[in-house]
Design a protein around this ligand. Structure first.
Ligand code: FA5
Length: 354
């Protein structure tokens, strides 16, 4: 028995000296001190020993096991201490204010303009909403008073999915019905006006040129309450545009046709480059076309659950659909819309994030 214990002790000491981490320590424990380990094996050897020697050998094995356990615990303590010291050294030597040397990305100019607009509208009491890029025919067209085969659909040819009735939204107006249904109950029950903006990516089957992309961004906005009029529309548009351009802007409305508004307008701003006298940016007209808008058509309010057949004018509202990509072009002086989707870092890294 003595020889056996001596042999095991030697093996244990050698392996303990090799232990360098928690995994190897655990392996050692399993090998020697666990129920299936070598010490338990010794206990089994005890069965073969003559009865008069059993007590003596039993005590020897117990003392041996205790010795190994103490050595094991001491090594574990040592390892833990080392780990703690390492952690402290790492924390002490880590200065988070130091530059990492990794190049930082920057926000896309459209993201910057979108966030700026969201802040402006939020400060005027509007909620910011998100909406799907894949929509159905009903939300993109029919709920907007554009029935099947209506010629207005030609202006917004888009990409149709193989799943029946599913398409990529051609304008953010596709969210109007859902927003009206979401906020309608609060309007009726507690008189809280609906004020929401919903930016989003839009898609059109479009010939691409310097001012047209097949993928671009718009920001839609609606306000619905009792007695909302064109004056409210002009006030919010003028306030928003003056904030975006950092100076007072002059706006004008021209008639514009969209089946989901009545009356419908094209909102122009007096050219900020020439002040209205005429230049190449405004094609010598003195005005820049910026944002289609209008008073929400009674049918759209009806489909959205706001008004009834009996009283189609109980609530009124305005809607606008700002071309975010075009606004970003104007704000940052980008002459070609294709720069935005180009992925060219020489262009995109010039924009400073807030
Ligand atoms: C619409 O999309 C209407 N839904 C807007 C609207 C909303 C009208 C609410 C009334 C009430 P339009 O197709 O004109 O309208 O597009 C609106 C803006 O999106 C344009 O003024 C333009 O700035 C931008 N836009 C349209 N097509 C493209 C395109 N292919 N590439 C880049 N921007 C585009």
């Amino acid at each position: 028995m003595n020889e056996l214990i001596e042999k095991l002790k030697k093996q244990f000491d050698e392996k303990l000296a090799e232990v360098s981490d928690e995994n190897s320590l655990e392996k050692l424990r399993l090998d020697f001190l666990s129920k299936k380990g070598q010490i338990s094996g010794l206990m089994k050897e005890l069965a073969k020993v003559p009865n008069e020697k059993k007590k003596e050998y039993g005590q020897m094995i117990n003392t041996f096991k205790q010795e190994l356990t103490e050595q094991f615990d001491a090594r574990r303590e040592e390892l833990l201490k080392k780990q703690e010291e390492l952690l402290i050294r790492m924390t002490e030597s880590y200065d988070e204010s130091l530059p990492t040397g990794n190049p930082c990305g920057s926000y896309h100019p459209i993201t910057l303009v979108q966030r700026e607009l969201e802040d402006i509208f939020e400060s005027m009491g509007f909620n910011v909403e998100d909406y799907n890029e894949i929509v159905d025919d009903y939300h993109c067209f029919e709920a907007l008073n554009i029935p099947k085969f209506h010629p207005a659909r030609d202006m917004q040819d888009t990409y149709y999915l193989t799943t029946p009735n599913q398409l990529l939204k051609s304008h953010t107006s596709a969210a109007q019905n859902a927003i009206l249904k979401k906020y309608g109950p609060a309007l009726k029950e507690s008189g809280r006006p609906i004020r929401a903006v919903f930016p989003g990516r839009c898609f059109r089957n479009e010939a691409i040129d310097a001012s047209h992309e097949n993928t671009f961004f718009q920001m839609e906005g609606i306000m619905v309450d009792k007695d909302i009029s064109v004056s409210n529309l002009i006030y919010f548009m003028k306030t928003m545009l003056s904030e975006v351009f950092g100076r007072e802007v002059t706006v004008r409305l021209r008639p514009g046709f969209f089946p989901f508004v009545e009356p419908g307008f094209e909102l122009d701003i007096k050219c900020l480059i020439c002040g209205g006298s005429g230049c190449s940016s405004c094609k010598n007209s003195g005005w820049l076309e910026l944002c289609p808008c209008g008073m929400i058509h009674p049918n759209v309010l009806k489909y959205g659950g706001i008004n009834t057949e009996e009283d189609p004018y109980e609530y009124t509202g305005f809607a606008f659909g700002l071309g975010l990509t075009r606004l970003a072009m104007m704000k940052y002086g980008v002459g070609d819309i294709r720069a935005f989707n180009s992925g060219d870092l020489n262009v995109l890294s010039q924009f400073v994030s807030r």
